[in-house]
Design a protein around this ligand. Structure first.
Ligand code: B16
Ligand code: MG
Length: 222
């Protein structure tokens, strides 16, 4: 029996994964005059701000040419730009089907947690006006980034549950790996081929139907 759903934020509840990467593109272009290739985006998903920067720098053999202080400066600039890009986010930026899914889970007395690597998570949730749906928000500070299972385990342990009572929802390859490493049921949102390690993949949250949810919640998932 499922008792807890753990949601990723960026790319699952709202589009902020797009703004995260757009902000990195602009910062790297300004500093190095390099246009980051779109193929690098996946490497930056689900990992901390500094890890995202390091992965971008590594992709262009730039990681050793700048100091740690310069990295901190770039990460800070990126976060300021990112926050300005999403400053007007409100309920209209919630992806279709998200509120319907939250309402369904609440009606079934299923707990809802946020399992995001983003330190901006709580303020985004406030901006979207959906804080009241969350029973718990994982603080990613001091936790290992996805694909490590830390973030999902933290939510599970908060409620003293076992993996078979938890479901994780993710749009990133590293995020789905994180859920599976925590031995939970993984719902992938996005591309079936990319997320084929999930237990099931939907193109978007809006495609998740009640019949599926009923079977999932009542079923026994190891
Ligand atoms: P911040 P998620 C992750 O969020 C993003 O996918 C990733 O691109 C970002 O670097 C990370 O949050 C940290 O975000 O800079 O806001 O602390 O996908 O786990 O919701
Ligand atoms: Mg995500």
């Amino acid at each position: 029996m499922i008792k807890l759903f753990i949601f990723d934020l960026d790319g699952v509840i709202t589009s902020t994964s797009i703004e995260h990467f757009s902000a990195w593109k602009e910062i790297i272009k300004d500093r190095f005059n390099i246009y980051i290739n779109d193929s690098i985006e996946e490497k930056t998903k689900g990992v901390s701000r500094m890890q995202s920067l390091n992965r971008i720098l590594e992709s262009y053999d730039l990681e050793y040419i700048i100091s740690d202080n310069e990295k901190v400066r770039l990460a800070t600039l990126k976060n300021e730009l990112y926050k300005s890009m999403i400053s007007n986010f409100d309920e209209t930026n919630i992806y279709p089907g998200v509120i319907k899914l939250f309402e369904y889970l609440k009606k079934k007395n299923i707990l809802i947690a946020l399992g995001s690597a983003s330190k901006n998570g709580p303020s985004i949730i406030d901006g979207l006006g959906i804080r009241n749906y969350f029973d718990y928000i994982v603080d990613p500070t001091d936790l290992m980034s996805k694909p490590h299972p830390d973030i999902f385990n933290k939510a599970m342990n908060h409620f003293n549950l076992s993996p078979s009572e938890c479901v994780g929802i993710e749009d990133a390859i590293s995020g789905v790996t994180s859920i599976k490493s925590a031995k939970m049921y993984a719902i992938g949102i996005g591309n079936q081929e990319q997320l084929n390690h999930a237990d099931i993949v939907f193109k978007s949250i809006a495609e998740i139907d009640n019949k599926f949810l009923e079977n999932l919640i009542e079923g026994d998932h190891e």
